[in-house]
Design a protein around this ligand. Structure first.
Ligand SMILES: Nc1nc2c(ncn2[C@@H]2O[C@H](COP(=O)(O)OP(=O)(O)OP(=O)(O)O)[C@@H](O)[C@H]2O)c(=O)[nH]1
Length: 301
């Protein structure tokens, strides 16, 4: 018998109308503490909300702002942001409040989702609030509108059905190295937050197109004996010329980015942070947008 040591890793976009229960579901998926921490990352722009590592699979759950029919410009920008998260995900999960059923919003979401070729699944949430017959009728109605690969009946609040969804995602994400080290859950999320904060500082400092073609990965996140964090990150850029700009004259630019990031991270984590930043060129990076664009590099026009 051969032991399967292949790792899997991918993005799961949670798409839904406001109030469908996405945040509650995320809490159920990754644990309350994690979602509180990532909430801070959210304020720094991240769409990524939580990372779950189960056996060989790592799933990165990507939140989307509640999608509704855009009227104002700002609304359109929000919708754009939501859909850009969806575009890069490996699995698209539509979350529907089964008590509210098939609304115009859901119709619009289904229409939007039908443009994507990725696996789509339906999550009927709040099943604790409706009768079984209503639930089955709704599942059928929605599946007639879009061919969902699976339908999950979930109560995010009570945690019912959540495990089935995670198990599905674990096998649906592609064979791929993990994006985050195998650490305990909280540190995974802290590492993610740390990447986001540094990327934000990079954006603020460098006003050219470079940040759009750059990503920050936290390679090491260690809690030290004194409670401080040792964080080692790599800023990957697409070209040698970009590397020079990010480093700046005598390394001044990267130094500033590091200082600003470290300061904010110390505030967020409420502990001393030792931050080590490196810049590396990874040319192929930009050719694989599905892996990295979801880190928030997408911008509304
Ligand atoms: N009864 C019940 N209530 C739920 C369930 N899931 C979520 N809720 C409630 O629905 C409301 C909205 O949940 P959220 O998780 O904030 O919804 P959301 O989709 O993240 O909302 P937005 O951030 O506006 O997009 C909250 O009051 C939750 O407690 C569920 O399974 N059962």
């Amino acid at each position: 018998m051969t032991v399967n040591t292949e790792t899997r890793c991918g993005f799961v976009a949670l798409v839904g109308a406001p109030n469908a229960g996405k945040s509650t579901l995320l809490n159920a998926l990754v644990g309350t503490k994690v979602s509180i921490v990532t909430h801070k990352a959210q304020t720094t722009r991240a769409q990524v909300r939580g990372v779950v590592t189960l056996d060989q699979s790592q799933m990165i759950f990507v939140d989307t702002p509640g999608i509704f029919k855009p009227k104002r410009r700002l609304d359109r920008a929000m919708v754009h942001s939501a859909w850009s998260g969806a575009a890069d995900a490996d699995v698209l999960a539509l979350i529907v409040d089964c008590k509210r059923g098939l609304t115009d919003e859901i119709e619009a979401l289904i229409e939007g989702l039908s443009d994507y070729k990725q696996s789509k699944v339906l999550i009927l949430n709040k099943i604790d609030q409706v009768e079984r017959t209503t639930l089955l009728a709704l599942a059928q109605e929605l599946n007639e509108k879009l061919n969902f690969e699976q339908t999950f009946m979930v109560s995010a609040l009570k945690g019912d059905g959540v495990k089935d969804f995670v198990d599905y995602c674990a096998q649906a994400v592609p064979v791929e190295p993990w994006h985050f080290p195998e650490d305990h859950l909280t540190d995974l999320t802290l590492a993610l937050t740390a990447s986001e904060v540094t990327r934000e500082k990079l954006f603020l400092r460098i006003h050219e197109e470079i940040p759009y073609a750059a990503t920050v990965e936290t390679e090491q996140f260690k809690t030290q004996k004194d409670g401080s964090y040792r964080i080692q990150q790599v800023i990957y850029v697409a070209r040698d010329g970009h590397k020079k700009i990010v480093l700046g004259k005598n390394g001044q630019t990267i130094k500033k980015i590091g200082e600003e990031s470290r300061k904010e991270l110390s505030e967020i984590f409420e502990t001393k942070v030792h931050l080590f930043l490196f810049v590396k060129v990874r040319e192929k990076w930009a050719d694989d947008p599905s892996r990295y664009r979801e880190m928030g590099l997408e911008f509304p026009q």
